[in-house]
Design a protein around this ligand. Sequence first.
Ligand SMILES: *Cc1c(COP(=O)(O)O)cnc(C)c1O
Length: 452
Amino acid sequence: MSFNSKQQKIANRIDINTSSANWRDWRWQLKHCITSLKQIETILGIEFPEDLRRQLQKTLDVFPLSVTPYYLSLIDRNDYQNDPIFKQSCPSVHELDIVKCDMEDPLHEDMDSPAPGITHRYPDRILFVISNTCAMYCRHCTRKRRVGNVESIPNRDEVQQGIDYIRGNTHIRDVLLSGGDPFLLPDDYLEWILSELSAIEHVEVIRIGTRTPVVLPYRITDKLVTMLKQFQPLWINTHFNHPRELTASSREALAKLADAGFPLGNQTVLLAGVNDCSRIIKSLVHKLVANRVRPYYLYQCDISMGLSHFRTPVGKGVEIMENLIGHTSGFCVPTYVIDAPGGGGKIPVMPNYLISWSTNKVILRNYEGVITTYQEPENYAATFCNRKCDQCDLQLKLDSADESSSIGIAKLLADYDDAISLVPEDNDRYNRREDEEDENEENDENDDGEQQ
Ligand SMILES: *Cc1c(COP(=O)(O)O)cnc(C)c1O
């Protein structure tokens, strides 16, 4: 059923003896990944102009190519230059347009790494890169610096060190496995990692980020699903960027995961020329929820090396959000985020709905442009929070309630914290104050001297 005549044709160009069973075998797909321009041309039946081919080859010398035959078969060869699948999987000469602000590691994932493969950015959760391999090398990969680099494949020892770090840090309640693609690891190796992690008492949830439902849907085998089911609660986040990626094979893979009870989420990257259009994103989120996948994040494209041609202004993302919020079901709407360069983490960005307020009224606007008022309560008895939850009327008598103190803006809002401002580390004005204090101290010493 999901081996159509186009796929048959492509399969036969790869190997004349390919059967439908081969095509649906993920190992066959991986073994026959397309890694050269010549193969793209033969398999799609296209021909790059000589000059372009030479330039594309230069791109591949820097950023390698790998596409599954399945994903390549989704390209419309008659309009490949504009094809969203082609643009995500096949090289562009613009990847070598390195602009001044491009960074190798814009999110400081390597810098904020206390153990191999681990980025510990938030207090209670970590990113754990356990695989450097992907079924398809996305041209828009934020970790492009590492793609195809054999030396950065985490070995068993390094993964063990990561697990030990998590075991030793009781604040970590959520472990996000990423890569590369964790589903490219062999079942038994992944099973080992998952069983080690789920045996750690403070790890409440494990998440897996994978693009296999999009680029290698046959990887979602019954055997894999049965293995994963031992480790609930396990959340699975995938990466669909365009409605055309939700094929019969992909939908089948998603159905297997959803039937097994894994909550499914999706992280889309906003990409110029691929999905920077509110109609495309709306159609994508509708298809996702129809397949039991909750749109989770819409990412602003990172400032990584070689991605400048994929970047849109932030305004495009805000415009897309304006076209979703209120216009469609709330659970179809992802959170639009910019991952802060320098490692600041994900920052949500939204159109403004709160347009003004006074002491007793809030002025809001809705998606239709209707401006409305919300009357504040007249007798709100605010509870002064001193963090003594056991004496509080709100009855938060939970053993496991989070007790860490607030940071950031939440700290400024807290009743129990005296902080009245957050000041950048190297603030001139504060530095001058410190100098004055030093001088005063010196004066004090002099005074003492005079008295003696
Ligand atoms: C995205 C990310 C997480 C998870 O963030 P959520 O907002 O909880 O999905 C954790 N650590 C790092 C380093 C991340 O980039």
